[in-house]
Structures are given as structure tokens and as C-alpha cells.
Design a binder for this molecule. Sequence first.
Ligand SMILES: Cc1cc2nc3c(=O)[nH]c(=O)nc-3n(C[C@H](O)[C@H](O)[C@H](O)COP(=O)(O)OP(=O)(O)OC[C@H]3O[C@@H](n4cnc5c(N)ncnc54)[C@H](O)[C@@H]3O)c2cc1C
Length: 345
Amino acid sequence: MDNQNSKITIIGAGPVGLMCAIYAINNNFRPIIISLDEENQKTAGVAAGGMLAPAYECFEEADDDLTNFALCSRKEWDNIAKALGIDIAPYALALGNDDDELARLEKIKARAKSFDLIFEYIKPYDFLDCKHALSLTTDGLLNPIIAMNRMRKYCIENGAIFINDEIINIEKNKIFGQKQDYKSELTIIANGFNAKKFMEKVSATNKLIAVRGQVIEIDCKPNFDGSMRHNSTYLMARGDKIMVGATSQMNDEDWQIRETDHEFLFKNACQLMPQLTDKKVTNSFAGLRPLIKGEAPIIGESEIDNVFVAIGAYRNGWAYAPYMGKILIENIALGTNIPMYLSGK
Ligand SMILES: Cc1cc2nc3c(=O)[nH]c(=O)nc-3n(C[C@H](O)[C@H](O)[C@H](O)COP(=O)(O)OP(=O)(O)OC[C@H]3O[C@@H](n4cnc5c(N)ncnc54)[C@H](O)[C@@H]3O)c2cc1C
């Protein structure tokens, strides 16, 4: 099918919206991406750690469908990262100290084996207060701020149009913005938690819950690569800084940075890596993770003709974005039903 002249309007320029735009370009559509301006951008994507972590996120509890989806999306990242100019550090450790935590690592290792993946323990770094380290060879790390810029650049260089506006309503073939209204042949709702705005018309968005999160940046040159996770605390190497995540507050819709979260995250980081104690927190990012009960994203048709959704990536929007974009756009291009996680209607 030649989609050269078909336009797709995407609401949202977070990881999911941008990936939809990239796959739209690669399938010969011309995407128009409408998102809030930089001052008011409300993008969980920039607050994120940037871990692409199918093993850590799925091997313990997720069902086989979601786990396969996460693993496919991780492979898809490797396929497209080079074209986009995005580096992925292929290093990730799951850490444990006591027997319960070791049992958790063993569970991840055993589930990996059922997917023909062999994960091995390595000697934990001397600078960590930790006994066990399992190397997760599937998981990786990118810098979300660089990745977002590269994805936008790819879109612009390939003819996509970006518009700053806040969309407040949607109809078949029409979108209503604060600044103006837009005609749209085909619309994709990909504006993260804020898609809840459309809940009266698009039932899938009604299922969204905000899970607020914050990460901090510590002024310390990393002496490790990639990411290291110990329960809900993770340390990530980002340039010449160490990032620490993350808080998690269910049903909290506040995008503002909180000083109290700095203390909490800094304390957790120092417990794991005592040498951080005399370092300074130099930056902080907060965002709302878009959770859908069941923790799987929704990709598919809405009850409004020609309006689709790509929402609910929760704490894995970076990890899942390529496969969300690919599945949605390729099925739109073929005019086929979307096979997984869709229940828009
Ligand atoms: C602290 C924290 C750490 C995280 N760490 C990771 C991680 O390590 N790995 C990972 O995979 N994921 C992580 N996540 C989750 C990830 O950030 C989200 O899943 C992801 O950002 C969701 O992408 P999205 O594109 O759906 O929404 P968002 O990233 O929230 O983007 C929404 C977009 O829509 C736009 N928008 C909003 N409302 C409107 C409107 N009305 N009109 C027009 N535009 C609008 C915004 O400007 C923005 O461009 C983390 C999240 C947080 C908060």
C-alpha cells in the first residue's frame, strides 16, 4: 500500500508518540505531531531512567504475552537505534543481599532459562554494599534526553511536522486544540497520562492511573556502565553523572519536583553505594507514569472512527515504545486488526 500522501496526526511527543511517528515515516506516511510546548511539556519520557529492561521488569511476574512483547521491543531497539543515532549501553545488573532477594534473582534466572536465556552471577563491584549480582544480558540503558532529541531530529529530517498546541477534544477526522482546530485523516492518541482528558469519548483512556515518579542526578563520575538495580532503587551511568531512581506514588498527579524525594532517593543511593555520601544532588526530574490496570499497554482502535490509541506503557515507555509504534503503524498500513493488548472499543 502506498501511504505517501496519507497523513497521520499523533497527539503527544513522548517516547511512544515519537516512535509512532518514526514507524509512520518508515511506512511512507507523513506524520504531524502535536504536543505541549517545552515549558509545559508534561512528558514522563524526560523524567525516565531510560532502562530497556524486559528481564528485570517482566521475568519475575509478567505473563508470557507481555514478556514476549517486552523482549521483541528490546530487539526492535537494537534494529533502529543505529538509524536514529542512539547509543544503548548493554549492561544491567540485578542486585540482592539477603536470602529473599537472592530468591528473587533466582526466579528471574529461572524464567530467563524458559526463554532460552542464560543469566550468570558475577562478583559484585567492591564499591557496592551488596552480596549478589546477576547480569541481565537482555537489558540496556539509553539517555532519554539524547534519545528524545535524536528521535525528533529523525522525524524532522524525514518530513514530519511538529506543532505546539494542547489538544482538548477529539472527533472523527477533527482535533480541537487550545490554539486552533485541525482536520485529521487518522489520529493516534499518544499523550501519556494526559490522554485521560479524552475519557468521555475514548473508553481506553478512562483506565489510566497516574503513578508519579522522580529521579535525581548525583555529581559523581560513574565507575560502572549501564544500570544496577536493588529492589526499588537503581543507579544509572549517564555521562559524567550518576542517576538514581525512583520514587513511585500511585494516583498522584503532581508534576512538580519534590525536595523530600531528593532525600529519600539520596539515602537509598548511599546505602547501596556508600562512596556517594559526600556527593551533591545536581538535578532532579519528575513525571507521571501512565498505568493501565494489568500493567500492559493498550494499542488499538478507539470507538471513534479513524482514532487509535497507544497508551499505558506505565514504567516501561522507553522499553515498549518501538513495539507499540511498530505494531500500531504496520497494522494501520495493512488495514488489519491489531493483535495484542487492544481493547479500545
Ligand atoms: C521517574 C520515572 C522513571 C522512569 N524510568 C523508566 C525507565 O527506566 N525505562 C522505561 O522504559 N520507562 C521509564 N519510565 C516510564 C516512561 O517514562 C513512560 O512509560 C513513558 O514516558 C510514557 O511515554 P508516553 O509517550 O506514553 O507519555 P509521555 O512520556 O508522558 O509523553 C506524553 C506527551 O504528550 C504530550 N501531551 C500531554 N498532554 C497533551 C495534550 N493535551 N495535547 C498535546 N500534547 C499533550 C506531552 O507534551 C508529551 O509530549 C519512567 C518514568 C518515570 C516518571
